[in-house]
Design a protein. Structure first.
Length: 443
């Protein structure tokens, strides 16, 4: 274990020096409560089978650590008729001094957050260390998290792995999920996807949502697990019900393309809506497509524009492009040429070939902008270099014919025709054949 990891001797010293008889508080007044209120607030199982508040109070006063912690929970609960943070803290402190790992954990979390006490990271670390020394899985997990995130201690992912490992051995699903992520990504030590998969499986079977999601995506993509659509569905379905947007989105894609059974556009749209409502840009784009095409929902250009706009605002290039097309056409939505131009330029700056070609068309036609063959050529050339075959053929045509005031150049036109032809453009292939037959091919 590395030096940064809090030593067990320090933890033991902390526990030994803090144990003692519970303090008596002069201002600890009897609670104006009823047994019903007490049982409404706390879990009666924590009271060792004692049903009444008075009996739990008596046990706590006599030094029973678990009863002290239980009273701390009662006074701390905001819905308690006797809600009193100061009294709750005193009971938690007594329980901690009596060696209750749960009370140590509660106090540590309060000091981490500054909740009812002064924020004190070092005290929190000491409390967590003491709780872990008493066998608390949650405390070991918190120490792992703090070392991983560098909160209160220097970032030390190797130590984080160690603490998570301790928590895993004590049965913590949270630690299983976190350690699995570190192993899968090779953070804090060697990558081990086999062990990561095993840990995610244990955590998922214990109901840990993040691991349920992780397993679904791993089996779907084949990253971290052997690709298995049946296994993917087994975990993606509950992950989607738990509200994970990426699981909802992936299930939507499966429903749309029929890979998991019969195609179901309506279910796909429903799943896209769920994920889109959570802000997932890809789902917002796909929902826009659904409304644009009437795919699983009634065709609705206004709804399409709404969702394309939301996705575009997050930098989704295809959504930006679709928004521009809707505004250009004005079919079912108000036409807005200036905004369409701006969006096309945004998509073009991302290297989207169709946006660049469309800008070329608009400048060549003078639609929403002054007509300029030279400016159109700039966009067509950029689109062609970005892989758009249609733009390659258009550049060749304009250079060969000189349309739009473009300076003619048969030599350069031939290069562009050849480029488009080799990429399968039929018009370019026919034009190139004509040039060869006419003997006008430039070597």
């Amino acid at each position: 274990m590395r030096a940064r990891l809090l030593s067990l001797s320090l933890l033991t010293a902390f526990v030994v020096t803090t144990l003692g008889a519970p303090r008596a508080f002069a201002d600890d007044k009897p609670a104006p409560t009823t047994t019903e209120d007490f049982l409404r607030i706390v879990d009666p199982k924590k009271a060792h089978g004692i049903p009444s508040f008075a009996e739990v109070k008596a046990r706590a006063t006599a030094g029973d650590a678990a009863s002290m912690a239980l009273l701390g929970d009662y006074y701390a609960h905001p819905k308690s008729r006797s809600h009193d943070v100061a009294t709750a803290l005193r009971w938690y402190e007594d329980a901690a001094e009596a060696g209750d790992d749960y009370a140590l954990l509660v106090l540590a979390r309060r000091h981490l957050a500054g909740d009812g006490v002064r924020r004190d990271l070092q005290r929190a670390l000491g409390l967590l260390a003491a709780a872990s020394a008493l066998g608390s899985a949650e405390a070991a997990f918190e120490l792992g998290r703090l070392h991983e995130e560098g909160a209160g201690v220097p970032t030390d992912r190797e130590s984080a792995r160690t603490w998570y490992g301790i928590a895993v051995n004590r049965g913590s699903p949270d630690a299983m999920a976190r350690l699995a992520e570190m192993l899968a990504e090779g953070r804090g030590g060697p990558q081990d996807r086999v062990r990561a998969l095993a840990l995610h499986t244990r955590a998922a079977e214990a109901g840990h949502g993040e691991s349920v999601r992780a397993l679904g995506l791993a089996y779907l993509t084949g990253v971290g697990a052997k690709q298995d659509l049946t296994a993917a569905l087994r975990w993606l379905e509950p992950a989607a019900k738990l509200g994970f947007a990426d699981a909802q989105f992936e299930l939507g894609l499966l429903a749309l393309d029929g890979r998991a059974g019969a195609k179901d556009p309506a279910r796909a749209a429903t799943l896209f809506k769920q994920a889109a409502a959570q802000g997932l840009a890809a789902a917002q784009y796909n929902l826009g497509v659904a409304y644009s095409l009437g795919q699983g929902v009634a065709k609705d250009p206004k709804q399409a524009l709404t969702w394309f706009t939301k996705a575009a605002a997050q930098g989704h290039t295809l959504a930006t492009l679709e928004t521009a097309f809707l505004l250009l056409d004005g079919a079912g939505v108000p036409q807005d040429l200036p905004r369409a131009h701006a969006l096309l330029k945004t998509a073009g700056a991302e290297g989207e070939p169709l946006a660049l070609r469309t800008l070329g068309d608009l400048h060549f036609e003078g639609r929403g902008t002054p007509q300029s063959g030279a400016r159109a050529m700039e966009y067509y050339v950029a689109a062609g270099r970005a892989g758009d075959v249609e733009s390659c053929a258009q550049v060749a045509h304009l250079l060969y014919t000189g349309e739009g005031g473009v300076a003619r150049s048969e030599r350069v036109a031939f290069d562009w025709f050849r480029h488009a032809a080799f990429k399968g453009h039929p018009v370019a292939q026919r034009r190139l054949a004509v040039l060869y037959r006419a003997g006008r091919v430039i070597p």
